[in-house]
Design a protein around this ligand. Structure first.
Ligand SMILES: [Zn+2]
Length: 225
């Protein structure tokens, strides 16, 4: 159980005084999922990673700050629809709204992360179809980031490993396999190669479930700690 604190701030879009519950900073103990989702206790603090102004609906990690242009995005019909989209859990909508802002402001890598975080919230709520939609969106945004010469993660091959997991868990198995094979042909670092071979096995078994990096190690793949 993490202890709670409060963040008092003023919404950067509408000026409303807001108070948000935030958990004390925690680390994660244990293996990450293949899509980088951290282990507990950090894993369960996800509901506090993004916040929503109760007055204007501005969604951001810190609503006290707003990137230039965010005020216009918050007014868009697409944004207003996402804010209370009934097929998604509330916190997933908050992440997706932040994702829309980042997308509209030309930051697809950040938009991809926010969409992936929305997928994790859907996972926790057992909402499979919305989770798949969020992952498909994250995969599309990740590829758009590449087109702009941006990466989501600095480590070589990390983006490709994430893309394969996004596609596999979105049910796009053929596409996932194609990316994994392509990466393996390029003789990647041992960690990435081990993950890709593990992914190919999951894809062959039509396994769309969550798996961890620790499982890759246990599977006998030569993965450094
Ligand atoms: Zn506001």
């Amino acid at each position: 159980m993490t202890r709670l604190r409060y963040l008092n701030t003023t919404c950067a879009i509408c000026g409303e005084a807001c108070r948000f519950t935030i958990p004390e900073a925690v680390a994660s103990i244990g293996s990450r999922d293949l899509d980088t989702r951290p282990a507990e206790p950090l894993r369960s603090t996800i509901y506090a990673w993004v916040k929503r102004c109760p007055s204007c609906g501005y969604c951001a990690p810190d609503p006290g700050k707003a990137p230039e242009g965010a005020a216009d995005v918050v007014k868009l019909p697409r944004y207003r629809e996402q804010l209370d989209a009934r097929r998604y859990p509330g916190v997933a909508n908050t992440f997706l709204c932040w994702s829309l802002i980042q997308e509209d402001l030309g930051a697809p890598a950040q938009a991809a992360w926010a969409s992936l975080h929305a997928a994790w919230v859907c996972d926790d709520e057992g909402n499979d179809v919305p989770a798949r939609i969020c992952r498909k969106r994250a995969a599309d945004l990740l590829r758009r980031a590449w087109e702009q010469g941006e990466r989501l993660a600095s480590q070589a091959g990390a983006d490709e490993a994430l893309l394969v997991d996004l596609l596999r868990r979105a049910g796009r198995l053929r596409e996932a396999r194609a990316v994994a094979k392509e990466v393996l042909e390029q003789n990647p670092a041992p960690l990435i190669a081990g993950i890709m071979r593990f992914q190919v096995r999951l894809i062959t078994a039509s396994d769309r479930g969550v798996h961890t990096v620790a499982e890759v190690r246990r599977s006998g793949q030569p993965v450094p700690q």
